[in-house]
Design a protein around this ligand. Structure first.
Ligand SMILES: NCC(=O)N[C@@H](CCC(N)=O)C(=O)O
Length: 714
């Protein structure tokens, strides 16, 4: 049905809520599943499918998130000025679904894997396709975002303001239910193996399921089509707004001499040319947008859950006894807490505060929300200090570190010039790394004859000097110098056996050689060693974030792998991930107070024809927050991570003080009332009067008549 021709219709209700709301919240659930599910595996796709480095992968990821929160402006303009919210949601959802399908196709390695080695042959094709997919997704998800929330709000009538507030909470619950399920499911799908010619990590499934969910989201939305209240777009409102503001500024400038009387508001300088109603509406929107200026700082902290906090989790232990939590799964604590905290706040905390006679207005809630987020970062800093106590002493950029491993048949006295003396048993290692502030060293062994060899160490690196069974060929091997990624363990083997060895999943190792590091997950791992017909098996239980060098002696097959020794290059993580729960609790409490309230506030303070625009302004604060993360990650390299957390916490406290002052001077408005007043001052047109009277009559009738069917807004 054409929106512009639609003026009046009855909507069915259930428990005081319009039934159309059901379609909108289910649509939001599926859409958020699609969005967060895709986001959960995106960085891994960049890193391990497109083979980008960590920095590029993280930057493109944050740039994509920022784009997703910038495009709401476009969606809002289209909706409020041209197509209306309903059609905008449909058209942009189609764009969104096409984007998700494109993204899923871009992850099929078989498309360009002509040589069937399991990796794509034409990366340009996959990069181009995935970037196209991501741009369409950003356009779709961002474009519909301000419209869906505002469209949901439009379904309520004026006497349903209590239900309207609950709607925003339920809406937020659906967002988080979708995000929780998808962030649990898509990583599991990704970990499956699939492929036509070769079996690889199943990115097509991990991206394909979100694509299907987006199609379902669209179908659900269309299914509710006959029940929605669809408000008319009111022409190119954004263009009128810009022209009106431009004229007010120009006119003010033209009349800057003191001989002209001052006007109450600078927008009143547009009075000469523009409708009073439009000016009043612009004033309302500008007032709120001004208030939004400090808000991006909240999102700057909030969005570091996915980056800094996840990296922090990689240096912690996720062994919860009954289950093992991977570092990136820790993020699911946020939606889980949202699902519990939103009802608790809505049903218990806020009513209790109200009962105590305290006026916990929306802007006060948002300020308190910011303070909670700041406390979360103080908590993160305290956890970081604990972690730092357990982290190895990594070399600075001017230092070099060296460890010695002896696979020679006897204990050796190792002298490293000028004055480092180490006594190292056969198939043992030096106790820890020795730190040098120079790179050129000479190593002498007390063999007969003495063996002396010069080495140049890597600046800022960690290395191990491997002394094989023939010490004259001792050599340096580079070690890991940071915690292995994703809480995995880095392991390698030194072959002290007299012939080539094959070890499960590794290439064959020559005698005296050392393998490169392999990453293994936490838990018990089995390895089979083979040489010809001989084999033996050994198992090790791994924690999180450790690094080991396994020394294989010549007797390995005769004692059934028992004699393999383990050198611990880096201790496993010992600080438990449960210590992150307080910071997650604080940030999520902050989110409920800040974000859910902000969503309601943006809807309630916007004039009818600019609701999507103000939702877009609200979402833009998130985009700016992400851009700040990008800038800080690139520029602000504080030497200690805990100091960076404290810096962010202090910045947010400062910003929340500024915000509270701004909020103090803000007066809450009822846009409909102001609009009615301006109209009255202007003298309503008879047709408008008539419409208004019908509306009032319908409302009265509604209140009297508590049957399921009610009248909708005009
Ligand atoms: N817990 C994350 C969440 O609920 N995010 C919301 C709100 C984001 C925002 N800037 O308003 C989402 O819609 O994804």
């Amino acid at each position: 049905m054409d929106e512009t021709t639609k003026k009046k219709k009855k909507t069915a209700e259930c428990c005081g809520y319009p039934i159309s709301i059901f379609f909108i919240v289910v649509n939001e659930f599926c859409e958020r599943f699609s969005y967060y599910g895709m986001r959960a595996v995106l960085v891994l796709y960049f890193r391990y499918f497109l083979l980008w480095d960590d920095d590029l992968a993280t930057s493109i990821y944050h740039a994509f998130v920022a784009l997703c929160y910038l495009t709401p402006i476009l969606g809002a303009i289209i909706a409020d000025s041209w197509l209306g919210k309903f059609k905008t949601i449909i058209y942009l959802s189609i764009v969104y679904a096409i984007g998700q399908v494109t993204m899923a196709i871009s992850t099929i390695h078989d498309i360009t894997d002509a040589n069937r080695d399991g990796t794509p042959d034409n990366f340009t094709f996959h990069i181009a396709l995935s970037m196209l997919g991501l741009i369409l997704i950003a356009l779709g998800t961002g474009g519909i975002k301000p419209c869906v929330a505002a469209f949901g709000g439009d379904q309520f009538q004026e006497h349903q303001s209590r239900q309207l507030n609950t709607f925003f909470s339920v809406f937020y619950l659906c967002i988080n239910a979708g995000s929780l399920l998808s962030t649990l499911i898509t990583p599991v799908l990704r970990a499956q193996e699939c492929g036509i010619h070769t079996q690889q990590q199943c990115y097509p499934l991990a991206f394909g399921v979100p694509a299907v969910l987006m199609v379902i989201s669209l179908v659900v939305f269309i299914a509710g089509s006959g029940m929605y209240v669809k408000t008319d777009p009111e022409g190119n409102i954004m263009w009128s707004v810009c022209k009106c503001i431009g004229f007010a500024i120009k006119n003010r400038f033209r009349h800057r001499s003191s001989s002209y009387p001052k006007r109450e508001h600078w927008m009143d300088w547009a009075n000469e040319k523009y409708d009073k109603l439009l000016i009043a509406q612009i004033k309302m929107v500008l007032k709120v947008l001004f208030l939004y200026i400090p808000l991006p700082m909240f999102w700057t902290l909030f969005d570091q859950k996915g980056s800094r906090w996840t990296l922090q989790a990689t240096t912690m232990s996720g062994d919860f006894g009954a289950f093992i939590l991977q570092p990136d799964q820790m993020q699911t604590v946020n939606p889980i807490l949202i699902l519990t905290l939103v009802p608790i706040m809505d049903r218990l905390i806020f009513p209790l505060i109200q009962k105590c006679g305290l006026n916990f207005s929306p802007l006060k809630r948002m300020t308190v929300g910011m303070l909670f987020a700041a406390m979360a970062f103080v908590s993160a800093a305290l956890v970081q200090i604990e972690i730092d106590k357990t982290l190895p002493n990594f070399p600075s950029s001017s230092e070099s570190q060296l460890k010695v491993v002896n696979t020679y048949s006897t204990t050796l006295n190792v002298t490293i010039s000028p004055n480092e003396h180490l006594l190292i048993e056969s198939f043992g290692s030096s106790a820890d790394y020795v730190t040098f502030d120079h790179q050129d060293i000479t190593v002498s062994l007390n063999t007969n004859p003495v063996i002396t060899k010069a080495f140049s160490l890597i600046k800022g690196g960690r290395q191990t000097l491997i002394i094989p069974s023939d010490p004259t060929v001792m050599y340096l091997k580079e070690d890991v110098k940071s915690k292995p990624r994703e809480g995995k363990n880095a392991i390698r083997f030194v072959n002290g056996y007299t012939a080539d060895l094959n070890i499960t999943n590794l290439d064959s190792i020559e005698p005296s050689a050392t393998t490169n590091y392999t990453l293994v997950n936490q838990g018990k791992r089995d390895f089979v060693l083979r040489h010809g017909e001989q084999w033996c098996e050994f198992s090790r239980k791994f924690g999180f974030g450790a690094s080991y060098t396994f020394l294989i002696p010549s007797t390995v097959f005769s004692d059934d792998c028992e004699s393999i020794t383990e050198v611990e290059d880096m201790k496993p993580n010992s600080v438990h991930m449960a210590l992150q729960i307080p910071q997650y609790f604080l940030i999520t409490t902050g989110e409920v107070m800040f974000s859910v309230t902000g969503l309601q506030f943006s809807y309630s303070q916007a004039p009818k024809n600019m609701k999507s625009v103000l939702q877009a302004g609200w979402l833009c604060t998130n985009a700016v927050g992400n851009i700040i993360v990008l800038i800080v990650a690139e520029l602000g390299k504080l030497p200690k991570q805990w100091a960076e957390y404290l810096l962010f916490a202090s910045l947010l406290v400062a910003v929340s003080i500024i915000f509270s002052i701004m909020a103090y001077f803000y007066t809450y408005i009822d846009p409909a009332e102001i609009e009615a007043q301006v109209r009255k001052e202007q003298g309503l047109e008879p047709e408008e009067m008539e419409k208004e009277t019908i509306e009032m009559e319908e409302k009265d009738e509604d209140q009297k008549n508590e049957q399921g069917v009610k009248q909708t807004k005009i």
